[in-house]
Design a protein around this ligand. Structure first.
Ligand code: HEM
Length: 265
């Protein structure tokens, strides 16, 4: 009976909105983790830190487990969101005589379905570019050799094969540390030599920003967390952190690699 009630709630209109809000907030946490990890792309170490991070994220069992939850939540949030947006438009088959929608709600809230669809297309393109390539594609191997005497590091292409994504060892007299690793960094860097892809990423980040300006604060309202003392703080985080800072930081990555490729930085 108890379980039946819970399932009934999840399927109800408000239950679906709460699940949208909770999955959306989980995806916001993912964005912070993903952005923090991707900052390793800016290390000037020929990609070693980023490649180590990619191995950790794709082999450490608890994170692999959370990843499956992430894929499920992306799918749920995207398709349930589209379903709710479709239901909303169907609920008003006859347009109001005087269309005053803009007076009642900001445009971001009215175009959540469109913005979400742009983000879904972005995530599909993005995962086929990097995630799919990393797991299934022919990723080059790079050999990083670090002197344990003076800390200098050299990187070179490794021709050969290793078991798994990474091989690490010290030489016999403990003066040289060697890491041979799948080089996802070079795949990312080279992908963003393509100006078309860079533009696609920047536009998608703009859509992400607008989606989150409305989505972040609206999720808190949906779950009933709208205490007068915190509403302004939540709105500010939604606008400045999720709507502006995070999308700009993500967009900086393709732009950075493109500028590197044309020797402007
Ligand atoms: C624009 C800068 C970005 C770069 C350079 C970037 C880079 C990457 C790379 C290299 C991977 C594959 C490595 C891995 O599987 O861990 C990846 C995975 C992924 N990215 Fe991004 N990403 C960016 C932005 C985004 C954004 C804005 C989103 C979401 C809206 C996103 C969603 C994902 C997802 C869902 C995965 C799969 C994660 C997993 O398997 O656990 N990425 N990204």
């Amino acid at each position: 009976m108890e379980v039946k009630n819970k399932i009934g709630f999840l399927n109800s209109g408000i239950g679906q909105k709460v699940t949208m809000a909770l999955t959306g907030l989980f995806l916001c946490i993912f964005l912070i983790v993903h952005l923090t990890g991707n900052f390793q792309l800016f290390h000037h170490d020929s990609g070693l830190a980023f490649n180590e991070y990619a191995v950790f994220m794709t082999t450490f069992p608890p994170i692999k487990f959370v990843s499956y939850g992430l894929y499920a939540m992306i799918l749920y949030h995207a398709f349930k969101g589209l379903h709710l947006a479709y239901k909303n438009t169907k609920a008003r088959p006859v347009k109001y005589q005087v269309e005053k929608a803009s007076a009642n709600s900001p445009w971001t809230s009215r175009y959540m379905g469109v913005l979400g669809t742009i983000i879904l297309v972005f995530i599909c393109t993005h995962m086929s570019n990097f995630w799919w390539e990393y797991h299934n594609g022919p990723i080059p191997l790079t050999k990083y050799e670090t002197s344990l005497v003076n800390g200098t590091m050299t990187a070179s292409t490794y021709v050969g094969e290793i078991a798994g994504k990474k091989l690490e060892y010290n030489n016999a007299d403990n003066t040289l540390h060697t890491v041979i690793i799948k080089d996802l960094y070079v795949v990312v860097a080279e992908a963003f030599h393509n100006i078309g892809l860079v533009i696609l990423y920047v536009l998608a980040m703009a859509a992400l920003g607008f989606h989150l300006v409305h989505g972040f604060q609206s999720s808190f309202q949906t779950v009933g967390f709208n205490h007068v003392r915190y509403t302004k703080v939540i709105q500010a985080i939604g606008i400045y952190v999720f709507g502006i800072a995070i999308p700009i930081a993500f967009a900086a990555m393709p732009i950075y690699f493109y500028l590197l490729s044309i020797h402007l930085i």
